[in-house]
Design a protein around this ligand. Structure first.
Ligand code: AKG
Ligand code: FE2
Length: 397
């Protein structure tokens, strides 16, 4: 095994404010115990300044966008310290990984493995092509998202999320009076493990919704395994060393995102800057409308659109497991005044009961462990968000 520290330290010197983080896809498990290895022995919800029972939800942005009124000050991200949003930031050529080659002959795979580790240690993300899903299947996934958000308001409201949960249809949870709101509506669903699936939130319309999402989840489960093995191999580690850290009952959640056209794209943000709490995130971005940006060396870069490709990024948990070799990138979504944008993010998250830690093979005298062992990182993530801190700091030694 190669333990040589080929990569620089992951610590960042960016200053974040509470408003810089969102946690919307992370709240389901806030009532679980936080891992003792992080020296915390209360449930995250006990420590919340604002209890989950008191969170509320704003009017869906889609409804605001069609009523023609000026959005309230609560959406003013620029004015609340975020600064003016410039959509015309430079385009970045994020490396493309061909999964077909990754699982073919060793020589073809080697080239892809090199691209993979380079992409993840520099950008923390890569575009995935030849991923085993046909273009027409990927189009069907795009379609169910669009068809759901196009349903009459009354139909969508059948799936509205409940106040103490994040699953279902709705907007940002409002947990603080001064919280700046994102210009986004979501449909949030758990795909795995099966006993966590709440079918009452799975739309019955369009008719193909459930089966398409189910099939997509199965395909991403396979892709998740292939990529985690490849990530390990790319660092000369035993191929299951990351996958084994998922444990029994690993979580897979899907978030359908809708960004309606926005009257003030210079001031209103689609999703505030954040890094994901997952191990891996599979994003199906809009085929035509851009808006996703990644932060590198304090500069924002726009992600180019490759139709039918998936954008995969590592989340904080893969940064921890790789001892900081792979970077969990900070990203955000900007809005535009012309076109609505859709995306579907699927988060693969180790089981809450499973302890995750830097892989042994990546720890050496010259590169000691940079992260603690953590359990239920999603709860830790939420708690740090509340304090306005970058959640991964909780896991840093
Ligand atoms: O809509 C996008 O392109 C990205 C969404 C995102 O970052 C997220 O859901 O965590
Ligand atoms: Fe994200």
């Amino acid at each position: 095994m190669n333990c040589t520290p080929k990569f620089p330290s992951p610590r960042r010197n960016l200053a974040y404010t509470q408003e810089d983080f969102h946690f919307c896809h992370l709240l389901t498990k806030t009532r679980r115990r936080v891992g003792k290895s992080c020296s915390q022995d209360q449930t995250a919800s006990q420590r919340l300044p604002c209890k989950m029972g008191s969170v509320s939800m704003a009017t869906p942005v889609q409804e605001l966008a069609t009523d023609g009124q000026d959005p309230s000050e609560r959406y003013n991200y620029g004015g609340s310290g975020g600064g003016a949003l410039n959509a015309s930031v430079p385009l970045v050529e994020i490396p493309t990984v061909d999964v077909g080659r990754l699982i073919s002959s060793p020589s073809a795979a080697n080239h892809e493995l090199q691209k993979l580790s380079l992409a993840l240690s520099s950008w923390g993300c890569f575009q995935v092509v030849n991923h085993g899903m046909t273009n027409s299947f990927v189009d069907r996934v795009h379609e169910i998202s669009k068809q759901f958000f196009d349903l009459p308001k009354e139909e969508k409201h059948r799936y509205i999320r409940e106040p103490d949960s994040i699953e279902g249809y709705g907007t940002d949870m409002i947990v603080a009076e001064n919280q700046t709101l994102d210009w986004i509506d979501r449909l949030y669903l758990t795909l795995n493990p099966p006993n966590h699936v709440q079918l009452k939130f799975w739309p019955e319309k369009p008719e193909t919704f459930r089966e398409t999402l189910q099939e997509y989840g199965v395909k991403l489960g396979e892709l998740n395994q292939i990529l985690l093995k490849a990530m390990a191999k790319s660092l000369d580690l035993e191929e299951n060393c990351f996958l084994d850290q998922y444990g029994e009952g690993a979580l897979m959640t899907a978030r359908f995102n809708l960004y309606p056209p926005c009257p003030r794209p210079d001031q209103i943000i689609g999703v505030k800057p954040h890094a994901d709490a997952s191990a891996l995130t599979f994003l199906l971005p809009d085929k035509e409308v851009g808006g996703l940006q990644f932060l590198k060396d304090n500069e924002w870069f726009t992600v180019p659109i490759i139709p039918h490709a998936l954008l995969v990024n590592v989340g904080d948990q893969a940064e921890i497991m790789s001892n900081g070799v792979f970077k969990s990138p900070v990203h955000r979504v900007v809005t535009n005044s012309e076109k609505e944008r859709h995306s579907l993010a699927v988060f693969c998250i180790p089981s809450a009961g499973q302890e995750i830690k830097p892989a042994e093979g990546l720890i050496s005298e010259t590169r000691p462990a940079l992260y603690k062992k953590v359990k239920d990182y999603v709860s830790i993530y939420f708690e740090y968000y509340q304090r306005g801190r970058r959640p991964i700091e909780a896991a840093m030694l």
